[in-house]
Write a new protein. Structure first.
Length: 293
């Protein structure tokens, strides 16, 4: 995204109910040239950041990124997919596991140092994409998070964005679901056994029904009408579903040509919000289940 476009949106949102800015949920936001200016503008306007990084801390290293991000962020999530080097590095090629662990230690120390000075305490989280390659290490990831001082572990199911990913899904068969359920039980037991404030909070550690077609009840959409998703070219979307990026939910305009206020209030978006649960994509959307199950 053109950094100027992102800054224009923030400026237009000055004094509005917007409270949080998510720089990216795909790719590595710390590689984007516009991030430092987005961080500075968010701080100036009182917006909090909610950021997901792959934990390699490109360019500046963990210590400098911690100093820049933690005072502005509500939560810094690190994509974390293994408790051992073999698993983590196989899932994320190019990762150096021990270096990533050292980066988490640096981030946590900076978090605690800022909190002791009276600053608002940003949380540090692990965001885990649960899949066949790491399901056996989920409890050990929880234990690693506890030992490192991580506040929360968020478990997300692998989203099948291409046919090649289907064999890695833990929702694809009753046997796969049983492995997920066993890992969830073990993870919850481990967190409870820690019995101290150091145990990380678990999110989406929910057992599933042994039915791939209906693994969990569908709940309300966590995105539509609550969040504004803006693609790199400025297109406005109601949610992060791939169909939205492809225009499959409708054309809601672009912040390159109109203000976000105008797009949010326009008939195409308001009509979609009112009727989104009737849309075939939304009716079956996995994001309406815990962790995208």
């Amino acid at each position: 995204m053109d950094p100027a476009l992102a800054l224009d949106v923030l400026e237009e949102r000055r004094g509005t109910p917007l409270v949080e800015v998510i720089p990216s949920t795909m790719g590595e936001p710390l590689l984007w040239a516009g991030l430092p200016s987005l961080v500075a503008r968010s701080a100036a306007q009182g917006f909090l950041l909610n950021l997901v990084t792959n934990g390699t801390w490109p360019g500046r290293g963990a210590a400098e990124w911690a100093e820049r991000l933690l005072p502005v962020a509500r939560d810094v999530k690190i994509s974390w997919n293994g408790a051992t080097a073999g698993t983590a590095e196989a899932i994320m090629p190019g990762l150096r596991f021990e270096r990533a662990v050292a980066g988490v230690r640096t981030l946590v120390k900076a978090r605690d140092r800022l909190a002791r000075r009276g600053a608002r305490r940003c949380t540090v989280s692990f965001q885990v994409t649960a899949q066949e390659a790491n399901v056996g290490e989920l409890p050990a990831i929880i234990d690693l998070a506890r030992r490192l001082g991580v506040d929360r572990v968020k478990l997300n199911h692998l989203q099948i964005r291409s046919p090649a990913l289907a064999a890695s899904s833990l929702r694809r068969s009753p046997d796969a679901i049983r492995r997920w359920n066993a890992a969830v039980r073990a993870a919850r037991e481990l967190a409870a056994a820690a019995g101290d404030a150091a145990a990380p909070a678990l999110e989406n550690a929910v057992e599933l029904r042994p039915d791939p077609a209906n693994p969990a009840p569908l709940g309300p959409c966590p995105f539509v009408g609550r969040e504004a998703w803006i693609h790199p070219d400025g297109r406005f979307a109601p949610c992060p579903h791939p169909a939205a990026a492809a225009g499959g939910l409708g054309d809601f305009g672009s912040v390159a040509h109109a203000s976000l206020r105008a797009l949010w209030a326009a008939a195409p978006f308001r009509d979609f919000v009112a009727r989104h649960l009737e849309h075939p994509v939304c009716r079956a959307c996995t994001f309406r289940r815990p962790g995208g199950a």
